[in-house]
Design a protein around this ligand. Structure first.
Ligand SMILES: C[S@@+](CC[C@H](N)C(=O)[O-])C[C@H]1O[C@@H](n2cnc3c(N)ncnc32)[C@H](O)[C@@H]1O
Length: 197
């Protein structure tokens, strides 16, 4: 109930659904990094030095730097609906030395991914899925741009106002042809991994 009021308040105050770029201090809070460490999320992506990775809804880049560090000869493509978010994550990447060459930025909608087929080894979303207005279209696009055998990783945690339970995520994602492979964490803070067959 309280979450619902908060969520509606945010939507009302900012007149849209995506998490407002004006309040990214919430995403960056030290308490959140105790709940879910960027290194933990990166560990769960099974990256190699050459992985080609898509981060959907990167926000201010809480997880982006850690992922970019692990793929020195790969690619991290960062997609977000809000240009203000892309500016924030770009500042973080530029402040960390020697990462800019592996990162690209695209402003766009997760429901209409502007990438070629079979482009990525890994795609990941952290507290984004519940915000995407057309989740099935988003998953269909992800299926198209991830290579066969590639990984789709979805992390969700409370108290995100758009939190989705593991069982809901699993049923929607498997409904679009992905195969569930593993889950990490607890029911209120988990990562669910799927493979494109
Ligand atoms: C709650 S924030 C999470 C940011 C980051 N993943 C994190 O966990 O710190 C959700 C982000 O997803 C983005 N987003 C929401 N809907 C989107 C969509 N349809 N396409 C692309 N990005 C979207 C928002 O702009 C926002 O930056």
């Amino acid at each position: 109930m309280v979450l619902e009021i908060f969520r509606e308040g945010i939507k009302h105050a900012f007149g849209r659904r995506a998490f407002p770029h004006q309040i990214t201090f919430i995403l960056e809070s030290p308490l959140r990094k105790i709940l879910i460490r960027p290194g933990q999320v990166a560990d769960r992506l099974h990256l190699t030095e050459t992985s080609r990775v898509l981060e959907v809804g990167a926000g201010s880049g809480v997880f982006s730097v850690e992922v970019a560090r692990r793929i020195p000869r790969g690619l991290l493509e960062i997609l977000d609906l809000q240009p203000e978010m892309l500016e924030k994550v770009q500042r973080k990447i530029e402040a960390a030395s020697s990462l800019s060459h592996v990162v690209a930025y695209t402003q766009g909608d997760a429901s209409n991914l502007p990438f070629s087929d079979v482009t990525f080894d890994v795609a990941f979303l952290v507290t984004v899925f519940g915000e995407v207005a057309e989740p099935r279209k988003c998953l269909q696009g992800l299926y198209r741009v991830i290579r066969p055998g590639g990984l789709l990783s979805i992390t969700e945690h409370l108290p995100d106002t758009d939190f989705s339970t593991f069982s809901r995520i699993r049923s929607v994602v498997e409904g679009e042809g992905f195969v569930f492979t593993e889950r990490f964490g607890r029911p209120w803070c988990y990562t669910a991994n799927f493979r494109r067959p």
